[in-house]
Design a protein around this ligand. Sequence first.
Ligand code: YSA
Length: 323
Amino acid sequence: MIEELKNKSLTELESVKSVDSLEQWRVKYLGRKGELTSILRGIGSLPDNERRLIGSQSNSLRGLLEEQYKKIKPTLEKNLTHDSVDITLPGRTRTKGRLHPITSIIREISEAFSDMGFSIVEGNESELEHYNFDLLNIPKDHPARDQWDTIWLDRPNRDDNLLRTHTSPMQARIMENSKPPIRVIIPGKCYRYEATDATHEWHFHQIEGLVVGKNISFSDLKGTLYELARRIFGPSRKVRFRCDFFPFVEPGVDMSIDWKGEWIEILGAGMVHPKVFEGVGYDPNVYSGFAFGMGPERIAMLRYDIEDIRQFFSNDLRFLSQF
Ligand code: YSA
C-alpha cells in the first residue's frame, strides 16, 4: 500500500509544472486530510505486527515527499517571475533626444570659424575681477563696470570672484599663456545681474574671438565677420557695422543683422587696445589684432524667427521639440 502511494505521488510530481499545481500536490499527499497523513493517523488502530512496519514505511515516505517538495518549489517560483513578463504587451517607444537650439547654433558658428582656421578653447564661468575687468582696461571706477552689473561670488577670504559677465577675460588668459599668431574662438556662458526682456537674459552665451599677429587690420575684422554672416544667414541678408565703445578696443564697433526691417545687434568687436597688449606683456608696436564677442541666443532668434529670448530656457518641450 505504501509502495503504491509512493509510486503514484512521485509520478504525479513529475508532471507538476507550476507553483499552483505543486501546492495542490502537497495538499493531496501531505496536507491535513492528505492521503499519506490519513494513513499515518490510522496507524494507532492497526494490529501490533503491522503497526511497526507501516509506521516506519509511511514516515520515511513522508520524509521523501517533503524533501522532493522543498527541492522543486524554488525552481518553480523562479520560473514564475520569469514568466510574469507579458511578451504580448506592446513595447514602450523611446523618445529620441535632440540638441538644444543654442547648442546647435554654437556648433554651427564654431564650425564656420574652424573652417576659417580658428581653434576652439573653453574657459571658466567663475572668473576673477582682474581678468573680467582690470586686464581689459576697465579700471575700478570705470562706468563700464556699472554697465555690466555683476553677480559676485560669496567666497571665504576673497571678494574678487564673480560669474563672468562676458567671455572677453579669456582673451587675456590666452595671451598670457601663448605667443602670436593667435586665431581662437571661445564659446561659453556669461551672467549679468540685469532685468530680462525679449532680447536680454540674465544668463546667456557668448562666442569670443581673438586674432593676434603682425599687420592684422580692421579689414581682416570686417572680412571675417562678413564671412560668418554669409555662412549663418546667407549672402543676401543685410548686415550693419556701427561705431561702438568698449574700453578694450580702439576703434570699436558693433554688428547688427536686419530682422523684418529692424536692426538686431549680435556682437561687439574692435581692434585690440594697446593697453590690453601691455597688460599681458605683448608689445603693441609689434603686434596688432582684433577681437569680438557675439551672442548665439540673438543669432538663434534671427535664424529661427524667435521673438522672445526667454523661450530658450523655459524648458517647454512644445517649444524645444520644434528644432
Ligand atoms: C567687444 C569687443 C571685443 O574686442 C571683444 C568682445 C566684445 C564684446 C563685449 N565683451 C560684450 O560683452 N559686449 S556686449 O555687452 O555688447 O555683448 C556682446 C553680445 O552679447 C551682444 O551683442 C549680444 O548678442 C549678447 N548679449 C549681451 N548681453 C546679453 C546678450 N545676449 C542675451 N542676453 C543678454 N543680456
